[in-house]
Write a protein that binds this ligand. Structure first.
Ligand SMILES: [Zn+2]
Length: 193
């Protein structure tokens, strides 16, 4: 992989890879895709280092990790939302101004019509055969932004509502109610794991 990374001449991207690798465990193709999507978003939404950003990832696989480590978007701080659609796509936006109801965001996806120009990488994307991360990332470095499609989208700003906390009638633990249900979701689904 070092030989592949040596082809990257963008110093900022190299320093991002340095932070990403220990966090994710290794440089996976999916994590690298997230990194390239981040580059596009930073340019088009004028995201600066240290800005608070919000991201929705349409897969659990690899893609969220660059945003977690480089922009501190986590599930816990509501900077990261995952929609488990199994898609290589993200929507990203900066924080809204006070009282703003929607904010300009960018949805970016890895476009199969465009990846078709890179047969090795396309074979990885479509899972047609085993392709090493080295080979897939090598194509991505060559392709750069060429394999992505994006559009601006309006992202609704979520409003903070007061939490409705109750004690579950079965387990006796407290939980945040969605409606006026008397028992927690763990007890109602009989599933705590
Ligand atoms: Zn309960």
């Amino acid at each position: 992989m070092d030989e592949i990374i040596a082809k990257i001449d963008d110093l900022e991207m190299l320093s991002q890879i340095d932070k990403l690798v220990p966090f994710h465990g290794y440089l996976s193709t999916g994590a690298f895709i997230g990194l390239q999507m981040l580059q596009i978003a930073r340019k088009l939404l004028d995201i600066k280092e240290g800005d608070r950003v919000f991201i929705t990832c349409e897969t659990f696989n690899c893609l969220p990790d660059p945003f977690q480590i480089l922009y501190s978007c986590t599930v816990g701080n509501k900077g990261l939302k995952i929609l488990d659609y199994g898609k290589m796509a993200i929507t990203i936006n900066k924080a809204a101004e006070p009282r703003q109801e929607k904010v300009k965001g960018l949805r970016i996806f890895l476009d199969p019509e465009k990846t078709a120009k890179y047969p090795v990488f396309h074979a990885w994307y479509m899972n047609e055969r085993k392709v090493s991360h080295e080979d897939a990332i090598s194509d991505l470095i060559e392709a750069g932004e060429d394999v992505y499609t994006w559009e601006y989208v309006d992202v609704p700003v979520s409003v903070k509502v007061k939490k409705n906390v109750a004690i579950c009638e079965i387990c006796g633990e407290s939980f945040i109610r969605i409606d006026e249900e008397p028992i927690c979701q763990g007890c109602s689904s009989n599933n705590h794991i």
